[in-house]
Every structure is written in C-alpha cells, then in structure tokens.
Design a protein around this ligand. Structure first.
Ligand code: PMP
Length: 354
C-alpha cells in the first residue's frame, strides 16, 4: 500500500506501548504489575448499580477529587484525576515541555516515559541507574540544563523495585531550580515497607514545583478501569486539566475509585499479603543465588542479562508470563500464591545458566 499521508517522522517510527504477551490463557500473568485479587464485593456492587452509560461522566471528577482532597489534607484544586496516571504524565509533559525542551528521567524506568516525551515533541535525557537499580539522583541533578522543564523520579522504580529515600530526595530537591517541575511517580507507594522511603504526601507543602502521581491500578486493583490522580500546586494541575482529552475518566472509574477509598482497610490487608509474599520470594531467590535488588513495589527484578530472552521462555514454559527487558533482566509481578512454586522452580533451573 502507498503511504502518502505525511506523519511526524518521530511518531511514525515510535512503537506503540507493549504489554506482556499471553499465548496460554491458563498461564499466570505476571507481566503488568497488576493486583491478583478480584475487585472488592462492595466495588462490584456499586458498579452494578451505576451502569448509566448513556450519560457523559463528570468531566471534572468533582466528587472523587473532593474525597481525595480530604484524605490528603489539600484542596480539590490541588488534586487532578486522569484516565490512569499515565494520562496525567502525558498531560503534564504537554503542559510544561515544548519541542526542544528536555525531560530528565532515570533509565531503566517506566517504559511509557520515552514515548510520552516524544509525543510531546520534547527530548528525553535518560540518566543510567546505579548498579543497585536505584536512581542516581546526583547525576540526574547534574543532567539539568537551561532546557530542562521536567524531571521524573519514579519510586519504587519500575522495573527494578528500588526506592528513593526521603533524605536522598530532599538533597536532590535542593539542587533542582524552582522553575523545573518534579514529578514524583509513586504508582507503587502503597507497597513500600521501608521506613526510609520518600513519601510525596508530606513534602508537597515544602516544594512548590512538586507533583505527586498515584494510581488506583495497583494497590487498589482497578487497572482495567483506568483511573489515577495527581496532587500538587493547583496552577500546574490546571494546566494538566487543559491538555487533558475531555471526559476521558469514565463515570464507573470515578465511582469505583470513591468506593475503594471507603474500603482501604480491606484493600491494604491484601497489599500486606502481597508485600509479605514479595519479601518471601525475594529471600528465596537470594537463597538460590540470584542478585535481586531490594524490591519495594509489587514486583521483583531478576538480572538475567544477555540470557533474558531465553529466561523469559523458560518462565513461559513453566506457565508464567513475565516482562523481559533484554539485555538486562526480567520483571516479575508478585501474583497469585499458586504461581510461587512455578516461579521458584523456573528460577532454580535458570540460575545455573545465568
Ligand atoms: N507509573 C509507573 C511507574 C507505572 O509502572 C505505571 C503502570 N505500569 C504507571 C505509572 C501508570 O499506571 P496507570 O496509568 O495504570 O495509572
């Protein structure tokens, strides 16, 4: 077929976002850091009663923003809701960066960052992680130039699982010019058990250039409904509201998020089960001889290096879909308890090769 339409060249060559492949429907899907638990019965019940889909949703998500504002002790203007926190990342990139501007982030980190930067017409500045998989915040601060408009800090870092400490983050913020927006991507914050880890909530008052990003996709188990939020200065979030595609947060997503916030005890009890399993799995992998970095999300990083593609196949043959980041390693979500034996069996087989 001829291709006469003129596309932006950087978009024509940009691959779409990819998910873990699931050829076998019986396999455990441990490739997207999802929550293995079914939705809470209370959430299912409100959703069943809320299927009036002939009407548009509340474009401003007022009720959900008010509930979140109360929870975090901020005003509703200081909360923004998007169709997943990935949508808010995109909105803020578009709001703050123009073609030629730079967005600094650690690498490896969340796979969506490079594509979203390109879509915004901006330039990615990727700062290699430390050997332990953590952010090299000194190098990230040094990478800031006159053209830098945004720095993204992802903690716990997807895919390595390592956190940024409060102390590290505060010394980093002291070096960042106030006109540079810092996005603290805390998609996995509810799984953090290390008391030294930074938690954006408590820092917002001190830093007028800080926005904290959270999601209902992970700990709250609503990945399929697409809803995330940001907390930060209202004028910055107003700009995100302006670049957002109107009405993209559905009514059922808003209702499910509000209901979930009423049942956090139950949800966080599940989060506790996931983090305990994570810690047991990490210990078992260390015992097998793997060098697994400190895991503070709902996933583990297995440094399979040049054997990554083969290792992913071994896991697949064992009935586990994991995410391969060749040539560095595999990211494995902490999933159903029934997946554990298969996971450890495949890892034990591989550790001899890697
Ligand atoms: N940030 C990070 C670090 C993530 O890993 C993810 C999801 N994989 C997101 C943001 C986006 O999550 P969502 O759009 O589902 O809220």
């Amino acid at each position: 077929m001829p291709q006469p339409v003129r596309l932006r060249p950087e978009i024509a060559s940009l691959p779409p976002y990819r998910q873990g492949r699931q050829a076998d429907p019986e396999a455990f899907k441990l490739s997207s850091n999802e929550n293995p638990f079914d939705p809470l019965p209370a959430v299912v019940e409100v959703l069943r009663d809320s299927l009036q889909v002939n009407r548009y949703p509340d474009a401003a998500a007022v009720e959900l923003r008010e509930v979140l504002a109360r929870r975090f002790g901020v005003t509703a203007d200081e909360v923004h809701v998007g169709s997943g926190s990935v949508a808010i990342l995109s909105q803020l990139f578009l709001a703050a960066a123009q073609p030629g501007d730079e967005i600094v982030y650690a690498w490896r980190s969340f796979e969506a960052y490079p594509g979203l930067v390109t879509v915004a017409g901006a330039t990615s500045v990727q700062v290699p992680n430390r050997a332990d998989g953590g952010h090299d915040l000194d190098a990230m601060a040094s990478a800031i130039t006159e053209r830098t408009r945004i720095v993204v800090v992802c903690t716990p870092n997807n895919p390595t699982g390592e956190i940024v400490t409060t102390h590290e983050f505060e010394s980093f913020m002291a070096k960042v010019p106030e006109d540079v927006l810092v996005l603290l991507d805390e998609a996995y914050v509810e799984f953090v058990t290390d008391p030294d880890a930074v938690n954006g909530e408590s820092l917002l008052e001190r830093h007028p250039n800080l926005v904290v990003l959270r999601t209902f996709s992970k700990a709250y188990g609503l990945a399929g409904l697409r809803v995330g939020y940001a907390i930060g200065p209202s004028y910055v979030l107003d700009a995100a509201r302006s670049t957002a595609i109107p009405l993209s947060v559905t009514g059922i997503a808003q209702i499910a998020a509000i209901e979930s916030l009423k049942h956090e005890d139950e949800l966080f009890e599940r989060v506790g089960r996931i983090t305990r399993l994570r810690d047991q799995l990490r210990q078992a992998l260390l015992d097998q001889g793997w060098d697994v970095p400190r895991a503070q999300g709902n996933f583990l990083w297995l440094p399979t290096g040049e054997h990554t593609a083969h290792a992913a196949q071994v896991f697949e043959a064992a009935g586990l879909i994991v995410r391969a980041f060749a040539p560095e390693g595999l990211r494995i979500s902490v999933g159903e308890a029934a997946s554990v034996d298969k996971l450890l069996g495949a890892a034990a087989e591989l550790v001899r090769v890697v």
